[in-house]
Design a protein around this ligand. Structure first.
Ligand SMILES: [Zn+2]
Length: 239
């Protein structure tokens, strides 16, 4: 008991009684720097100051990338890029499975690393290369288009990995409904250390897609914007 009292007193001395986010006057959570709301944002968005990025904005970016892919079907350099990505993808699939096999045969494991590898394997299996590529590029596109959309690098990485995880339906076992076997929540937390494992592997695969791609997406998006005023209006609101 004396140890936990000591910790509570220490955090009290360091952080005071209120959330440490500038301008927030809510009570701090016991043992944390932040109030409930900001602690939630840290776990679910990768940074306590990160605003929610609307689904309409995410879909807009995904559609732009999909149209770009369609447009480039006759482009030789596009197919060269995709074959390089394909090769790195296959190598990563083998690497992740190899690492997981080591854990299965009794290698001591760090739970966040293991969880990160499981998440990556689920992305490989349930999402597939093209879906993962579209999601990855769509977030990169949003970042280039409006760098203020993400308050930190961590927040940016978090959005990419979480959005792939949700689509791959890869959740912690405690987020699975025991009766139905379905995930009880799409908002189950993503921990930074598991995220880092996924991030490192994904950038190894897609990291070199490069700026040229976005110039082309930008052109495509201009057309989209002209055609879809409604979506544009939704995006305007978060600028
Ligand atoms: Zn707060």
């Amino acid at each position: 008991m004396s140890i936990s009292y000591g910790l509570v007193r220490t955090t009290q001395l360091v952080y005071g009684s209120y959330c440490t986010i500038n301008g927030c006057s809510k009570k701090r959570n016991s043992g944390h720097r932040y109030c409930n709301q900001h602690k939630y944002r840290l776990t679910y968005r990768g940074d306590a100051n990160q605003q929610k990025i609307p689904v309409s904005t995410q879909n807009f970016a995904k559609n732009a990338v999909k149209l770009l892919i369609k447009d480039n079907q006759n482009n030789v350099s596009w197919h060269e890029l995709m074959s390089a990505i394909n090769e790195r993808w296959s190598m990563s699939v083998a690497y992740v499975q190899g690492e997981l096999d080591k854990y299965l045969s009794g290698k001591p494991s760090d739970k966040y690393r293991r969880r990160g590898l499981i998440l990556t394997r689920d992305i490989f299996t349930n999402l597939g290369l093209e879906n993962a590529f579209v999601i990855y590029c769509s977030w990169q596109y949003l970042q280039e288009w409006n760098p203020n959309m993400f308050v930190t690098d961590d927040a940016f990485k978090h959005q990419i990995v979480r959005s792939m995880r949700n689509q791959a339906k890869s959740f912690h076992t405690q987020s699975i409904n025991k009766k139905t076997g379905k995930p009880s929540s799409y908002s189950s937390p993503l921990y930074m250390r598991e995220r880092e494992v996924v991030w490192e592997i994904l950038t190894g695969i897609f990291g070199t897609t490069g700026m040229q791609l976005y110039k082309q997406i930008e052109k495509r998006a201009e057309k989209l914007r002209a055609n879809k005023e409604r979506i544009y209006a939704a995006i305007k609101r978060i600028e």
